[in-house]
Design a protein around this ligand. Sequence first.
Ligand SMILES: NC(=O)c1ccc[n+]([C@@H]2O[C@H](COP(=O)([O-])OP(=O)(O)OC[C@H]3O[C@@H](n4cnc5c(N)ncnc54)[C@H](O)[C@@H]3O)[C@@H](O)[C@H]2O)c1
Length: 339
Amino acid sequence: MKKIKIGSVGLGRLGYEHACNIANLVPGAELTSLCDVDAVRVKEVAAELNVPYTYTDVTEMVKNPELDAIVIVSPSMYHADHIKLALDAGKHVFCDKPLDTTIEKCKQAERAVEAHPDKVFMLGFMRRFDDSYAEAKHRIENGEIGKVVLVRSYTQDPRTTIEGTLKFAPHSGGQFLDMCVHDIDLIRWFTGSDIKKVWGLGGVFEFDLYRELNDADNAAAAVQCENGAMGFMFTNRTHGAGCNVETEIIGTHGTLRIANVGRKNLLQIVDGNGAREEYYPDFLSRWHQAYVNEIKEFVDCINQGRKPGVTVYDGTKVSQAAYRCKESFETGNLLEVAD
Ligand SMILES: NC(=O)c1ccc[n+]([C@@H]2O[C@H](COP(=O)([O-])OP(=O)(O)OC[C@H]3O[C@@H](n4cnc5c(N)ncnc54)[C@H](O)[C@@H]3O)[C@@H](O)[C@H]2O)c1
């Protein structure tokens, strides 16, 4: 089968991970172009990964006639623009989450995708491609826990990565849009329902920058879905031991837990401090295989002429709920998520 030629835009924390994965771990793909506004960075990564074409402007990269697809890992506020540029140039598109940082831009992305029904568009909600989360979804669809009543999801970033996180914070869209989007996606996916009402909470417990940004370093939200199911999410940037993401799904006939997934492996270390397990140090190591799996799925969709399960509309719905959580956190009001 023909290899899908991919150009990747954005070579920061996650962009570099995707570039390495495409170059080395996705057999059906070939990384032939890289783009970043940082000219030094793009040359450096191209040399390391043996990539022939480099660009500092995505408008130029999408003109490359050899490219089949573009992977977008630029800052969130450029996503909708980059999606449109790539689709209009006739390329398939994978875009990392969130869809964009405003609902207007999300709608712009929807229109761009609708204008190119022959192209594959996929959004990077990678947790769906983690083996444990995929198995939980499969068991729910099999009816093994009955009706889903509650989804509880925690996303905790370690304090050791706070330097990069603080740099990223001003253009991230805020905790609800940047971090909680993953939990909101899981709540919608596991309950099979859109979110109807939200109550956002949070505070600044340590990093004053978040106060300046009208944001929180520790945030939570309780939500209710259209079908009555409930959700609770908690996120923070100050976790003491690595990247911790845990999720519990309570159904009428059983419970599924993807708990303590911060644990790096099954090794227990016993020494003078007692017995302990090591955590994944950061989100990149925790989700490495899921990042590989989602790009494999994108490439398979292109080769097989299939549409991915994660759509542009999921991106808008998740962002709408995330924005309402942010507004609720700011006002203290319980809010409906209207279209
Ligand atoms: N799915 C996940 O788990 C996950 C994790 C981290 C980040 N992300 C998403 O990935 C995206 C990138 O995040 P990051 O943490 O890698 O950010 P980052 O700030 O580390 O890197 C962004 C990179 O994009 C480059 N850039 C900036 N403007 C550009 C432009 N106009 N054209 C091309 N390149 C440009 C920068 O020079 C930088 O190298 C964000 O949308 C973020 O939400 C997703």
